[in-house]
Design a protein around this ligand. Sequence first.
Ligand SMILES: [Zn+2]
Ligand SMILES: [Zn+2]
Length: 209
Amino acid sequence: MSTGLRRFREPRPADAPAAGECCEMCAEPIEAGHGHVVNVESRALLCACKSCYLLFTVPGAAQGRYLAVPDRYLYAPRFALSSADWDELQIPVRMAFFFRNSALGRTVAFYPSPGGATESELPLPTWERVMAANPGLAGVAADVEALLVDRRADGFVCHLVPIDACYELVGLVRTRWKGFDGGQEVWQAIDAFFERLRARSDELRADHD
Ligand SMILES: [Zn+2]
Ligand SMILES: [Zn+2]
């Protein structure tokens, strides 16, 4: 599959020490909390020092081949998505993320699994309908931002996140999943991940308020 996210290198969790880590573009030493750059063609996610990161925040730098992953977090507590829409999206788990792959010219869907990020065939008419119902999230940037949807007992929540946050979640599921249902530890870690996300996110006002 050309969108295979296994080619994405999973970034370290933000709280992990990164001693001795280097910028993957210029080899300068970098610290935990450094930024990331996406290679739009290969979909590789690269750790970047401040100078390299800033270089690729400029639109059109390197002919658009590399893009800096922004640091924007939005939380939509009332994401308009019906259970019927969710069923049509055919996501077999509680959460999935969606982003526009500009090399393919379309939005793609992935969900975390014990084997890593797994692509789910996205029915585009359904996705277009979902996006039309949530105009506040229309500004999500291609390639570097994603919509991370989490199904809760009382409905769906959606986070607009930098794409590297999705890979933190993917890494967490891949490394901590045990047995058939994942086990208590992974679900506690997933809940803690969403709590951290929510704490750092600005709340998106409902579109029809
Ligand atoms: Zn650098
Ligand atoms: Zn990194």
